[in-house]
Ligand binder design. Structure first.
Ligand code: API
Length: 327
């Protein structure tokens, strides 16, 4: 049969989510998981799927149609994105918004030369929210766009916290400012700075001997992640982290509030309520993996973002089926 053969690079929360999502998509099969850890130490959901060392992945070139990159944006993807696009058609969830243009260029150069297709920055934000921001602007040129997240656990910010020297483990919650959110929902079109829309709350387990003050300072001043926000850092024990912070819910919304004609109000709202941020992000990655494979087969290569992908390519159904059933 002609199932799309998928590989996973990196097996944390996202990798596990991708494994689980693939099992819900009959046109796909998971051929292997690739890890920097010792393969015997990696426990998959399924015992049917082999685990290999990531540095041996090149020898699987002919066995994988699409590789889903499940590493973090802060340290893993800037290196792995271009390195793996050299040999594989890839999908990733690079989410450092300010550095996406730079990351796109580095992946595009490699993918163009290698003839692979690489869809970057896939997920819900960046991803589904980005599409809705763009549609709002295109359809209602006179208006304002607002994005609110949470309350929820940001994987990107949690990953960034865990990379800080002296941090053993930790999570980050994004909290929307209720008053700002209500003003937007009431159609007020307020001008809001980054700080006025969200605050950030971190729960951190320190390494033995690490300094609270130093860790706090490194986190709250971190560019692209925390510097522009009011951030609080709480120090907790490993047991408290396991007990109180194991769930990873998230969500939020994009609102475009605009006017047509003389002064006709029009509001577009797209919202998500997620019990598991990683499982949802993974599900988006898997749908885009299907699109990446179709593009690659058509010879449409190079780096892409969600803006470049026609929605029908995400579906396992044929264009004729989609027209008949969903239009
Ligand atoms: C936040 C959002 C999260 C977006 C979703 C995803 C993640 O600050 O909570 O990191 O979980 N930017 N990029």
């Amino acid at each position: 049969n002609n199932k799309i053969r998928v590989g996973i690079a990196g097996y944390g929360n996202l990798g596990r989510g991708v494994e689980s999502a693939i099992s819900q998509n009959e046109d796909m099969t998971l051929v292997g998981v690739f890890t920097r850890r010792e393969p015997v130490d990696v426990q998959l959901l399924s015992d049917q799927v082999p685990v290999h060392k990531l540095d041996e992945i090149e020898s699987f070139k002919d066995d994988i149609d699409v590789l889903i990159l499940c590493g973090g944006s802060k340290n893993d993807l800037p290196e792995q994105g271009p390195a793996l696009a050299k040999h594989f058609t890839t999908v990733d969830s690079y989410d450092t918004h300010a550095k996406i243009p730079e990351y796109f260029a580095s992946v595009d150069e490699v993918a163009q030369a290698a003839g692979t297709t690489a869809i970057i920055s896939v997920g819900w934000d960046p991803g589904l929210f980005s599409i809705n921001r763009m549609m709002g602007e295109a359809i209602l040129p006179e208006g304002e766009t607002y994005t609110f997240w949470g309350k929820g656990l940001s994987q990107g910010h949690s990953d960034a916290v865990r990379r800080v020297d002296g941090v053993k483990a930790g999570v980050q919650y994004t909290l929307p400012a209720e008053d700002a959110m209500n003003r937007v929902r009431n159609g007020e079109l307020p001008e809001l700075s980054t700080k006025e829309k969200h605050t950030r709350e971190c729960y951190v387990v320190l390494e033995e001997g690490a300094s609270e003050e130093q860790v706090r300072e490194t986190i709250v001043t971190m560019p692209d992640y925390f510097a522009d926000y009011n951030t609080t850092v709480n120090f907790i024990t490993e047991e408290e982290l396991r007990r109180d912070h194991a769930k990873m819910p998230h969500g939020g919304f994009v609102i475009r509030s605009g006017k047509t004609g003389e002064s006709t109000d029009q509001v577009i709202e797209f919202s998500l309520k997620l019990d598991s941020n990683p499982e949802f992000t993974s599900s988006v990655l898997v749908a885009y993996a299907r699109a990446a494979h179709k593009l690659q087969q058509k010879g449409d290569t190079g780096a892409k973002t969600v803006y470049d992908i026609a929605p029908g390519l995400l579906s396992p159904k044929s264009p004729a089926e989609i027209r008949k059933e969903l239009l």
